[in-house]
Design a protein around this ligand. Sequence first.
Ligand code: DGL
Length: 272
Amino acid sequence: MTEKEKFIGVFDSGIGGLTVVKSIVETMPNENIIYFGDTAHVPYGTRSKEQIIEYVLSDVKFLSRFNIKAIVIACNTADSAARDKVEEKYSNIPVYGVVSPASKKAAELTKNKKIGVIATNATVNSGAYEKTIRSFNPNAQVISLACPLLVPLVEEGRFKKGDQVIEEVLREYLTPLKEQGIDTLVLGCTHYPLLYDIITEIMGTKVTVISSSIAAAEELKKGLDERNLLSELSQSERKYFVSDNAEDFEKHALIFMGNALGGTVEQVDIEE
Ligand code: DGL
């Protein structure tokens, strides 16, 4: 296996990272992908930083058993809490995430320098988005809002336009952000791209909505290209591993991938 043919190792707390895989497949259909979803410990977004770091390091340890050319932290919560730890421990493999690409895009696109970020409790409490957005645009004002009801609602299938419950919850979360005059809104959670249509409708045409999953795939492509690591394969392989309930993962995967998984799902004990 050449360097270019090696797998991109992607991980998330569970199933949400599939929105990142979806974007990777759309931008780079020829890449071999290994995905790990820590479904035994999902959600990460309600946990402490110390606990998230511990889980993340086990996730990456599992991925590092494979022939991987890059690590993608496809979870905003994991990226916010543990990015530096992963980079420290795996300095020989390039590490990509979701927070930096989405922050960069927001910092570049805002005109009035007022940027909203919606995410899990852990991501908001980490302050990672504020810090990263300001590193790209020091004058930006970042208004972050934790939206803890959104992950469980999306996982329960309540994400479709016309669903009164999700529409009402989103209106309640987003109206104050809209009233503060933001012109850019970052969807800082893997689950939120599924709510894109409802969110853009509520925010109106003057607000640019950025999906961290799409931004991550774009930045990954750029990074692999710069390192001369883009695959030239005509046929690619995808393998999915989860720490619990493979059947449930497979059943719900279509919602997040918008398409077939394109590979097998296997349950593994990563502590082994
Ligand atoms: N994947 C997480 C994120 O992007 C959402 C789910 C969780 O809380 O684990 O923040």
